[in-house]
Ligand binder design. Structure first.
Ligand SMILES: [Zn+2]
Length: 453
């Protein structure tokens, strides 16, 4: 750099520092003015103190169970946790007796669709063609409540399926305490290419709504990412594959949507704004494009080949497998393959590969096509296909929190974290289906459900 250039650089640097300071001041002023109503999450009042006696407590960091513990909750946060002999219960604390139950951190579902309500193929079309965004938002509110009552205190909701930015409103209403629901990260509209998402099969003369934002080319993709973040997307959901078919010998062929350059542009733009990218992909070139472009998570990953597994391992790409949802549709797939195979069976092989390679796996269910509040069924499949119950629960607590970038606030019962606590009657390490029967739900220090009284 020349002397002149250096001088200019110093002046520029001073300007940048000053401008930075100014913008910090302006934004903290703005936060002071509006923050109280827009960003504070609703929870128990700060002076409320609760002591929970836990017969057993799952330590999601260690993956182990501890007996006879006490959790002190102050306001919306955990204040202290430890063996009952060591933790002093503050005088005047409200006692919650879960001494005959197993207590766990609030569960996290990293792949949900609160804007879908029990889809069969026809129902999806009906929702997009006949129901307003407002009506669908009312359904989403009820779905979110069902998920919370089943023990899911945090969720990453993976697109509104045509209801535009309505998920941002549901999230805001939950955070303001207007309605009960999990803490949400929302994707808003999601992205795919022309021909890469329903509604499909209509005459070219008819304009029909689309379940996602359709964009083509680097410029449109970049703009769409900016737009979605502008209107409240916490992460970007992208389709790396969409159509699929089976070959006569029962192999799954997944058709790519975006090309590598488009995906690189999406990831570049999202990451430059500090936003992660979740990529729906089954297998083949579309899957590889997503991994190579640097997406943060592969959703479903039905057909991971060895090269994909190796590259995900190298990059630390997350897998959100969503096993259970594919168990619903084997008849259709079996008919297409003359009984040879189905997406569920291909997925099983793929998941076992991911497990053997120790890929980073987070719990996600794709709930929406099947009824909200029943997604804990996923645990059974994770365990059936080789995961230990302890690891499966870690995937739905600490690991999902890490994927969401929320490991500083949820996913474990530790001092300083949100008091998101659930309980079941039996021992989920012995029978993981206990998690299908959550009896106690606390979120942010507020009790939403207690069937153990
Ligand atoms: Zn999904």
């Amino acid at each position: 750099m020349t002397r002149n250039g250096r001088f200019r650089f110093v002046r520029l640097a001073r300007f940048v520092v000053l401008a930075g300071l100014l913008s910090c001041m302006v934004s903290s002023l703005a936060r002071a003015q509006f923050g109280a109503t827009t960003s504070r999450e609703a929870g128990a009042p700060t002076n409320q103190v609760i002591a929970i006696r836990a017969g057993h407590l799952f330590d999601s960091r260690k993956g182990s169970m501890a007996a006879d513990q006490v959790i002190v909750v102050r306001g919306d946060r955990i204040d202290e946790v430890g063996p009952s002999g060591e933790v002093q219960i503050p005088s005047g604390a409200q006692l919650i007796d879960l001494s005959r139950a197993t207590v766990l951190p609030g569960l996290i579902d990293a792949h949900t669709h609160i804007f879908l309500t029990g889809e069969s193929h026809g129902r999806y079309e009906e929702q997009l063609l006949r129901e307003s965004w407002q009506y669908r938002t009312i359904e989403a509110v009820l779905n979110a409540k069902s998920d919370l009552m089943a023990g899911f205190t945090s969720m990453r909701d993976c697109e509104t399926e045509g209801a535009m930015y309505s998920d941002v409103d549901v999230k805001t209403a939950i955070n303001r305490g207007l309605i009960p629901g999990p803490r949400l990260e929302v994707a808003t509209r999601a992205l795919s290419t022309t021909g890469g998402y329903p509604l499909e099969g209509y005459s070219p003369e008819v304009t029909v709504p689309s379940g996602v934002q359709i964009v083509d080319g680097v410029d449109q993709a970049t703009k769409a990412v900016r737009e979605q973040i502008k209107y409240g997307a916490d992460f970007i959901k992208v389709y790396g594959t969409h159509h699929f078919r089976f070959t006569p010998d029962g192999r799954l062929v997944s058709v790519a949507t975006f090309n590598l350059e488009e995906l690189q542009a999406i990831v570049r733009e999202a990451h430059s704004e500090g936003v992660k990218v979740a990529c729906h992909a089954y297998g083949g070139p579309g899957l590889h494009n997503c991994i190579d472009a640097g997406v943060d998570s592969i959703e479903h990953g039905l057909d991971l080949d060895d090269a994909a597994v190796a590259e995900m391992k190298r990059r630390g790409t997350w897998l959100v497998p969503t096993l259970y949802v594919y168990e619903f549709e084997p008849e259709e797939d079996l008919a297409a393959t003359n009984g040879k195979t189905s997406r569920a069976r291909i997925h099983e092989v793929s998941f076992k590969k991911a497990l053997a390679a120790h890929l980073k796996i987070a719990f996600g269910t794709d709930v929406g096509p099947f009824p909200h509040g029943t997604q804990a069924k996923e645990f059974e499949y994770l365990v059936r296909f080789g995961m230990t119950p302890a690891v499966a629960i870690q995937c739905a607590t600490v690991r999902a929190a890490e994927l969401m970038g929320w490991d500083d606030r949820v996913g474990s019962i530790e001092a300083g974290k949100f008091a998101d606590v659930v309980a079941v009657e039996g021992d989920p390490l012995r029978d993981v289906t206990e998690l299908e029967r959550v009896k106690f739900v606390m979120k942010g220090g507020e009790v939403y459900r207690n069937d153990l009284k």
